[in-house]
Design a protein. Structure first.
Length: 139
């Protein structure tokens, strides 16, 4: 069995964003040479997320509105976490809802997706460097 590791690096200029990282994951899979196995993709920061869904702008706007209703950024004083000097208590909660990682089956050297599925990086406290891990295992 082979194992392959690659990192993606982000420093998004906005506090929140959704980035389709499917092409980068597919490139890493091709680089790995694995034809049958599993691909793990996970956010390596506690205020970012990796998730699978449709690449449709209306859905992304719906996520933004929904997450802001669940955990509004302001007033920042509402979060005990922000007493540490941070202002990102909401970002931790948004990450918890959207998830840390995804695992996708690899079949015939390709990500074995259902219809419309794509992999996204969700940023909830941007404007600083963050990483996403891609780990491919298989034959």
């Amino acid at each position: 069995m082979r194992s392959f590791r690659k990192e993606l690096h982000f420093a998004l200029p906005t506090r929140r964003a959704f980035v389709n990282i499917t092409p980068q994951v597919e490139a890493a899979l091709a680089e790995s040479g694995v034809r049958e196995g599993l691909c793990l993709v996970n956010a390596m920061h506690i205020t970012a997320s990796v998730f699978i869904n449709d690449d449709e702008s209306g859905l992304h706007q719906d996520y933004e509105k929904w997450l802001e209703r669940l955990a509004p950024h302001e007033p920042v004083e509402q979060y005990l976490h922000n007493r540490t000097g941070e202002d990102n208590g909401d970002a931790h909660l948004k990450r918890q809802v959207m998830g840390r990682e995804v695992v996708v089956a690899i079949t015939g050297g390709e990500l074995d997706f259902g219809p419309w599925e794509q992999i996204f990086y969700g940023e909830f406290d941007g404007r600083r460097p963050k990483r996403v891990l891609i780990k491919v295992i298989g034959d």
